[in-house]
Structure formats: structure tokens, C-alpha cells
Design a protein around this ligand. Structure first.
Ligand code: ATR
Length: 295
């Protein structure tokens, strides 16, 4: 028997999980901070998820991430959760506190931190007074709408293919926002400060959500910021259409990177940085050339 302490081990659990880039992110930070830790992928049958969570300690896990389709189930199974996770009814980050399993949801944090990082000033007071348009009403939209409200955006409009789902989301979250019809979305563009795609449209289908092509986006105010949570492709057709109009765009890769920060800090100690080196690790994995080093 060795006398060394076992390596600190964290995980990401999902089904499927093969595509997850989280091990690359945490692996990069572990190396950067010279921490003898480990971050592993765990595929889990949906029926076996409760057993998986109950046996974390036996597996030597100090915490981990939860992805599709387990975020809601994890919320039901944790011993306690943060106010954010409570509000969203979904958990993506787990750690132990005094033997109790705690759940948090860092998606909204990751979304906001990405915009803060890549489009400083996007939330300036004058921008917060202008409407923000959110496309989609799934799990990611829930976290983002709450994040926007917490950041002080007072006029939020949501458009979703299934309009009733947008209404249910806002009722659940107790967020005051308008629901717009996807068919009439262009009527809402002229005054918006920020346009956010949270739908999966643009992921491999070469499509823009709700007809928002370059011609439609020419109705936006020139200082509008357009962002997408899809990061493969990195420049989605929506972002491409925004760029064609000279609008500021923020791709979705940064949300993935920033949402990982609180977990790493909780498990391993240091608060890790989202920088060009980390971004390049994931860009390379996605088959893109690296970003130039910052000057
Ligand atoms: P996530 O948790 O990643 O947000 P989700 O809960 O499956 O994923 O939500 C996906 C979002 O993309 C929803 O807003 C969905 O619209 P519906 O609520 O009408 O299903 C939207 N979406 C997915 N495919 C779409 C498509 N082909 N056209 C329009 N909206 C689509």
C-alpha cells in the first residue's frame, strides 16, 4: 500500500458523453496548475443515474459535471443546491460539502462571463434599457433568461418555435418578459441591444433561426451584439449574417469554457483562467486554426 494520497478525481456524466470537451478543458487547467488530479468522462444508462450519483464517494469522486439528459434528475437527487439551481430546476455542477452533495447551475454564469469577456460593454446601462431578444425556450434559454434578469436587463423578449413552451418557461421562472411569434421576429429587431440564439438551429444544418439572414439582420441597430450558444460550427450562419452587417458577434465556445470555471475552483482550489491557450485547445479539437496570441 502506497502512502501517497489518491489523485483528486472529478467527472462529467451524460448519455451520450463521447463528444464532451470538458475533459480537455479541465485537463488543460490541471496541467497548468500542476495539480495531480484527474477528470474523466462517465457514460451512464438513464436507469442507472441515481445509483451512479449515490456511489460517487466509493468511486473516489470529489465532484463533477452533469450534462444531457441528467441535469433535472441531478437536481432532484442532490442533498442541497444553490439558489440558481433551485430556480432553474437543473444542475450541471456537483461537489461535496460536509458529506452532502451540493448542486449548482453555472450555465447562466458561463453565458454572461463569455459576453463580458468577448464584448465588454454589452451590458452598459443604455444597452440594458434596450430590449434583448432570446431565441429558444429550452434548458439553456432558462439559464440565460435568469442571468439576463439578474444582470438588470429590463426588457426581455423570447421567441420559440413552440410558443406555449416560451410562456411556460417564463411562468416557471417568474420572469416578466414578452413572447414574440417567430414569424414576426423582424418587427423586434430595430431597437434590440442583444440578440441571443439558444436553439440548436445552425448546428450542422447551415440554417438561420426564424429567417434571420443577413437581409433581415440589416434592420438591427449597428451597435447590437449577436451571440449564439452553438459553437460547432464556430461561426454559425446567424453569426455570419450578423458579421455581414458589421455587427459585433460572440461565438458560443466561450460559454462552454466559462461555465467550467466554478466547478474546477470548487474541486481543485485555484480559480482557473479562460484564455487564448485554453480556447486554442478546444479550437484544435474542433478542427479550427488557433486564435492569434493576444498582443
Ligand atoms: P437545450 O437544453 O440545449 O436548450 P432543448 O431543451 O432541447 O435544448 O431546447 C432546444 C431549443 O431549440 C428549443 O427552444 C427548441 O424549440 P421547441 O421548444 O419548439 O422544441 C429549439 N429547436 C430545436 N430544433 C428546432 C428547429 N428545427 N426549429 C426551431 N426551433 C428548434
Amino acid at each position: 500500500m502506497g502512502s501517497h494520497t489518491p489523485r483528486q478525481k472529478a467527472f462529467v456524466v451524460g448519455h451520450p458523453i463521447d463528444h464532451s470537451r470538458s475533459p480537455l478543458i479541465h485537463g488543460h487547467w490541471l496541467a497548468r496548475h500542476r495539480i495531480e488530479g484527474e477528470y474523466v468522462k462517465k457514460d451512464c444508462d438513464p436507469e442507472a443515474f441515481a445509483v451512479f450519483l449515490a456511489s460517487l464517494k466509493e468511486q473516489g469522486m470529489i465532484g463533477g459535471n452533469v450534462t444531457l439528459p441528467f441535469k433535472e434528475q441531478a437536481f432532484d437527487l442532490v442533498d442541497a443546491c444553490t439558489d440558481t439551481a433551485q430556480r432553474l430546476g437543473a444542475v450541471n455542477t456537483l461537489w461535496f460539502e460536509n458529506e452532502r452533495l451540493i448542486g449548482d447551475n453555472t450555465d447562466g454564469y458561463g453565458f454572461l462571463a463569455n459576453l463580458d469577456h468577448r464584448a465588454p460593454g454589452w451590458d452598459a446601462i443604455e444597452k440594458r434599457e434596450r430590449p434583448v431578444l432570446v431565441l429558444g425556450a429550452g434548458g439553456a434559454a432558462r439559464a440565460i433568461v435568469c442571468g439576463l434578469q439578474d444582470r438588470g436587463f429590463r426588457s426581455i423578449t423570447v421567441a420559440n418555435r413552440t410558443e406555449s413552451r416560451a410562456k411556460t418557461m417564463l411562468d416557471d421562472l417568474q420572469v416578466t418578459a414578452n413572447v414574440a411569434s417567430p414569424d414576426a421576429i423582424t418587427d423586434h429587431l430595430a431597437n434590440i441591444g442583444t440578440l441571443i440564439n439558444t436553439t440548436s438551429i445552425g448546428m450542422g444544418d447551415n440554417a438561420v433561426p426564424f429567417g434571420l439572414d443577413a437581409t433581415a439582420l440589416s434592420a438591427c441597430h449597428p451597435d447590437a451584439v449577436v451571440t449564439d450558444i452553438v459553437y460547432a460550427p464556430l461561426v454559425t450562419p446567424l453569426l455570419d449574417a450578423a458579421r455581414a452587417n458589421g455587427l459585433t458577434t460572440v461565438d458560443g465556445l466561450g460559454m462552454l469554457l466559462h461555465q467550467a470555471v466554478p466547478g474546477f475552483e470548487n474541486w481543485f482550489g485555484p480559480r482557473p483562467k479562460v484564455d487564448t491557450a485554453l480556447r486554442n485547445v478546444i479550437l484544435q479539437d474542433l478542427g479550427y486554426p488557433p486564435d492569434p496570441a493576444p498582443s
